[in-house]
Write a protein that binds this ligand. Sequence first.
Ligand SMILES: [Zn+2]
Ligand SMILES: [Zn+2]
Length: 238
Amino acid sequence: MPMLDIQTLASGSSGNAYVIRDGVTTLLLEAGIPVKSIARRVSLSTVDACLISHEHGDHARVAADLMVKYSIDLYASRGTLDALGLSDDYRAHPVKAEEQCSIGTFNVMPLHMKHDAAEPLGFILSSAHGGKLLFATDTYLIPYKIPRGTTTLMLECNYSLDLLSQSISDGVTDHRQRDRLRFSHMSLEYLLRYLSENRDRLGAVSEVRLIHASSRNGDRELFKRKVEELIGLPVSVE
Ligand SMILES: [Zn+2]
Ligand SMILES: [Zn+2]
């Protein structure tokens, strides 16, 4: 099965942007870095649409610019568009969890996510040319099984509970920050449990990318090793 071509332009709390191509359609997932930094890696005139998971700046900082100045269609939930003040633009396409739509050669299925934002979404992107991506970030759990036939996983792995406890005892993270993390971002421990519960859904998976690692409570080497040990596939941490 042909793979999707994925480029991570930036990942983490300082900004997120990912380019997903199937050879025909080019999608930008998230718009949380300066337009200049996006344009350096992908020609904006080739971008068919931009999808935004939620309104936080590290995901949506330049969503308005891309839409208004570069005429790129924007797909996000109504709650996200309202929070960004972008609902009225004709290039804004409100989408709903569990109601699929198509963008070029991609079928898009938005998913409910659990985050401290108005109406956060994850996405299943299935290309007519092969390749099926499950994208879930900024969520402390994934309320779905991995869809059958998924070829590519892009899943948040933000922090590990061990490193978080350590950083609390070191005084680097306080209890309020810890409570926010626990109900907004995905831990390594949750991710490992999720993947082991979905082992029978990994048959077609050939690419695993862990995204949105915390610089303070994350350890990329540890994340990579633990997930590779569990699923027996190469994993990249971005
Ligand atoms: Zn984020
Ligand atoms: Zn967020």
